[in-house]
Design a protein around this ligand. Structure first.
Ligand code: GLU
Ligand code: ZN
Length: 284
């Protein structure tokens, strides 16, 4: 198999050391396997994406010595593909609209009979308030958030599911169970009102479109991977191998956040650091 990986930043702030590690590691793994690195700009959140951040991403990555296959994919150009997938899931009775607010969900999930609210990859697990008993027929509603009926979805795929995980230099097969998906993830939002899609839906569709064989990304996203595996099965998409890497932490051991501009690559550049210095800082 040809090794193809990607770096998929969101242009909502400067790239920092954590991003540099992710991008450099993906590039190094691709080089070592005579494969390719692809770039994808994850700009579905148009309320936060900015052209200047996107321009700086290209600039920083070039400065780091990275090369990537052209063209760059931009998720804001991919809405028709996400729409088609949502239509297909809707037609199979797997989606329903839900306009519950965060506060509604928190209130419903912490009702006395429910016990302490459980957390899934997207926050509080949806208590199912709007889930219809029977699938809804008719055309898919637009401009309304859509949730995946996880229980119904689970009935459509073979269990258990597995995925290959290569992080930590220790390849293993991770098993995903139906129970984990229904009780530990629940009915996640696949189409957000403001975007018409979601991170989970877009990422699996685009990894397949870019023919990614290996997803290299931070360990903070490993909780989302079972969701991606379920979506790949539902949509009949190729399932890549996953490599969830260690996270770069600050001196206090805290994970670097997007807003942690003190560790922005641009700042190190302006201070006269070299790409080699950045590699040393992240342990590459
Ligand atoms: N766009 C995501 C981020 O910047 C990365 C998604 C992924 O690698 O799957 O955190
Ligand atoms: Zn609802």
């Amino acid at each position: 198999m040809i090794f193809r990986t990607r770096f998929a930043p969101s242009p909502t702030g400067p790239l920092h050391l954590g991003h540099a590690y992710s991008a450099l590691l993906a590039f190094d793994l691709a080089q070592a396997a005579s494969g390719a690195l692809l770039l994808r700009i994850e700009d579905i959140d148009q309320s936060r994406a900015r052209a200047n951040w996107e321009a700086q991403i290209y600039d920083d990555l070039e400065w780091l010595g990275l090369r990537w296959e052209m063209p760059v994919m931009r998720q804001s150009n991919r809405l028709p593909a996400y729409d088609a997938a949502l239509d297909a899931l809707w037609d199979r009775g797997l989606l329903y609209s839900c306009t519950c607010t965060r506060a509604d969900i928190a209130a419903a999930a912490s009702a006395p009979q429910e016990g302490a609210p459980l957390l899934g990859p997207d926050g509080i697990i949806y208590p199912g308030t709007c889930r219809p008993t029977n699938p809804i027929s008719g055309p898919r509603p637009r401009d309304t958030p859509l949730r995946l009926d996880m229980t119904r979805a689970c009935k459509m795929i073979g269990w258990p599911l597995t995925f290959a995980e290569e992080g930590d230099g220790n390849p293993k097969t991770i098993t995903v169970t139906q129970n984990e998906m229904i009780s530990g993830v629940g009915d996640i939002v696949l189409a957000r009102r403001d975007m018409g899609t979601s991170y989970h839906l877009s990422v699996v569709i685009d990894d397949a479109e870019q023919r990614i064989s290996h997803v290299v990304r931070g360990r903070d996203l490993i909780e989302a991977t079972p969701v991606h595996v379920v979506l790949q099965h539902l949509l009949g998409l190729f399932q890549p191998t996953y490599h969830h890497h260690r996270l770069i932490r600050d001196a206090a051991g805290k994970r670097l956040a997007k807003r942690d501009d003190a560790r922005a690559i641009a700042l190190f550049r302006h201070k006269g650091c070299s790409a080699q210095d950045i590699r040393a800082m992240v342990g590459l």
